[in-house]
Design a protein around this ligand. Sequence first.
Ligand code: NAD
Ligand code: MG
Length: 387
Amino acid sequence: MIEAKGVAILGATGSIGESALAVLDQHPERFRAVALTANRNVPGLRALVERHQPRIAVLADAGASESLLGGGATRWATGREALIEAATHPDVDIVLNALVGAAGLEPTLAALRAGKRVALANKESLVCGGPLVLRAAAEGGGELMPVDSEHSAIFQCIQGSRASEVQRLILTASGGPFRSASPDRLAEVRPGDALRHPTWDMGAKITIDSATLANKALEVIEAHFLFGVPYGRIEAVVHPQSIIHSMVEFADGSVLAQMGFPTMEIPVLYALSYPERLPYTCRRFDPVAAGALTFEPVREDCFPAFRLGVAAGLAGGCAPAVFNAANEIAVAAFLEGRVSFPGIASAIEDTLERWSGGEIASLGDVLEADAWARRTAKTFIGNQVLC
Ligand code: NAD
Ligand code: MG
């Protein structure tokens, strides 16, 4: 009999966390929740703890009230150190990192150094600290598994091939809710409009990133580090139906694509079960119901965040961390009505223009660049006058 693998779900109360718990529910003999974490959603985490009975439950926000925390078989803890403890717990084999933003980097590093498999939904880990993440995996014996649907698709397509045979990665993008919108319309976009994604139901930050196409730039950088492919051989194409999750072109000109109706449960399951494929009950693919599959170029003039992010990737060092931090600040400001939709890209552009460069030798370099970019983007946004 195979012993169930212990899983830590960092960000269990979020959208990916929900998909992950649905996967665990279908395979209790293979996976059990050992650690569940949330930021400050006490009722949400409490409900998950009652249902899944993990060893440890963590509220990452140290301000979350201890008095609200229950007893039982689960040990409750708060703060960033407790989050790291969950990611490195001895009973944990697999860490699903489903945190949002640069906050995910340190748990990723800690888990890889502790030799865990990291099923990585938190793309910002690789964007901010790609070289550090790869080094932590090599030194600690940890293993990175993509969860992002595009990267899971690429990972599935390259199984059985040599790295030297991979010619080009083609990431698909839904194009978001404003795929065909005019620049005038984009200037008027409100948070409620941007939060209505046409094909995926996700957390607020990634939904806005999908609308600005910053998400696709983050994913180009993520693919560069995950698959070791140079930026010149990674492309993005708009595919509004979100059926083809990405494609790989090989040396002989053959192109493989991975497809299916949009769901994050399949990529999560594959990241947990790899190299095995386990049975799974879900809506099965129906090509006729999927209908026509279409492709369009990315409109870089209307969605400058994409171009800015890819340029930051190419610049290397801490530039991607600066891009990411400015984007996080700008997205939060947009959601609070403090900056316009086009203002998100303007804040990123202004911050990157002021950045004088810097290499990544240590986590300290990333944290410094991240803090600098947050301050700079806040100043830019503070100086904007919204009509
Ligand atoms: P979400 O907002 O729905 O959930 C985020 C989770 O992380 C919650 O449990 C929240 O409590 C916790 N959290 C938030 N900020 C935190 C912090 N600073 N410290 C500790 N915990 C914190 O987000 P999501 O949509 O599930 O996305 C999670 C990650 O997965 C992101 O990096 C996103 O880009 C990536 N991703 C998401 C999807 C998707 O379909 N939702 C698809 C691909 C990739
Ligand atoms: Mg994706």
